[in-house]
Design a protein around this ligand. Structure first.
Ligand code: ATP
Ligand code: LTN
Length: 323
């Protein structure tokens, strides 16, 4: 059975992009693969969050992962900081990665914006991510399109390590959905929908109520034409709506476009599809919030299971390096 690992930062409210780009695949594929899903709170430290907020978001992240359908009986759900081998392996890998390759990471360049005050942890962030993946000998890593380059680095580090120190790590592959791998912000359709973008009207949060979802979709930025056509470069706003509808309905976004003669009708159908898709998630999250003892137990058991696998891999890697 193939191994799967992926991660999400507890850096804010989860949104439609996280769901369509990642969580939905996680919950669909958990039945076919041995799955590990990690709430990467150490990664979230790279932007200096408020400690109380980080703690709360970490627990809320677990609630949402259960609400989107991860089943703790078959998937291991855990918090990164509870498995000490993550930063330990990250250090070993940092001693194999080069400044040059980390400097090429576009996410770092975007987030750092050339500032000297940016945290060193943001620079080494992709190496910690590689450690997350390699510790579990993951074959497959389901992520949104924005993580493609980080995955390439994880593969490169695994190959390099194996070449230098012996066959220790499985070389992982990215699994990126065909539709909605990069959901764009509804107000700024040239930027991806993001937890940290501070664009409340452009971001559909998984816990938004029906009315908020409807309003945000209806106010989504489109363009001054009237033709409904799938063309991400020329018509990013409309194409994003078609991608969302395609992902929600299992249909091809370009084909869907033919059925519409107005933006209004398209928006109305997108809003309805998203409302229907998210309603059960919201209901389940509400139930779980009343049962935080269960959530805590899931994380405790998840950390124990994760630790078993991670400690075995770490021991092999450290030994191979002469530690
Ligand atoms: P931040 O804004 O804090 O960087 P984020 O919203 O990008 O966060 P992450 O925690 O970094 O979310 O990512 C969790 C998963 O969701 C990743 O697999 C990522 O690729 C995916 N993802 C994030 N944003 C989108 C998006 N707009 N469209 C599709 N997938 C996305
Ligand atoms: N960098 C990722 C989050 C992340 C991750 C991982 C994803 C951290 N560790 C391991 C997949 C596998 C992000 O920002 N989306």
């Amino acid at each position: 059975m193939a191994r799967v690992l992926s991660g999400v930062q507890p850096s804010g409210d989860f949104h439609l992009g996280n769901y369509l780009g990642a969580f939905r695949t996680w919950s669909e594929q958990q039945h076919e693969h041995e799955s590990f899903y990690c709430i990467v709170n150490l990664h979230a430290l790279t932007v200096d969050p408020d400690p109380a907020a980080l703690r709360e978001r970490t627990t809320n992240a677990a609630v949402l992962l259960l609400a989107v359908g991860l089943d703790p009986k078959i998937s291991t759900i855990f918090v990164q900081s509870q498995v000490p081998e993550h930063p330990r392996l990250a250090w070993l890998l940092e001693c194999t990665a080069t400044m040059g390759e980390l400097r090429r990471m576009t996410q770092f360049k975007e987030k750092a914006g050339g500032s000297e005050g940016v945290r060193a942890g943001l620079f080494t962030y992709p190496v910690l991510m590689a450690a997350d993946i390699l510790l579990y000998q993951a074959d497959r890593v389901p992520v949104g399109d924005d993580q493609r380059q980080h995955l390439e680095l994880a593969r490169e580090l695994a190959i390099r390590f194996n070449h230098r120190y012996g066959e220790i790590f499985t070389v992982p592959e990215a699994f990126i959905p065909k539709v909605a791998a990069r959901v764009m912000d509804l107000q700024h359709p040239s930027q991806k929908m993001s937890k940290s973008l501070q664009s409340p009207q452009g971001t559909i949060r998984l816990l938004d109520d029906d009315e908020a979802i409807d309003r945000k979709v209806r106010r989504a930025v489109t363009d001054t034409e009237t033709e409904v056509r799938y063309d991400p470069a020329a018509k990013p706003g409309v194409s994003n709506l078609l991608e969302i509808l395609g992902a929600a309905s299992g249909k091809d976004p370009a084909e869907l476009a033919h059925a519409y003669s107005s933006y209004r009708q398209l928006k109305s159908d997108v809003a309805e599809a998203v409302v229907e898709m998210l309603r059960p998630i919201r209901a389940r999250a509400r139930e779980l919030t009343d049962d935080m003892a269960t959530v805590a137990a899931v994380l405790e058991e998840g950390a124990a299971r994760a630790h078993e696998v991670a400690s075995a891999t770490y021991a092999k890697a450290a030994e191979a390096m002469g530690i």
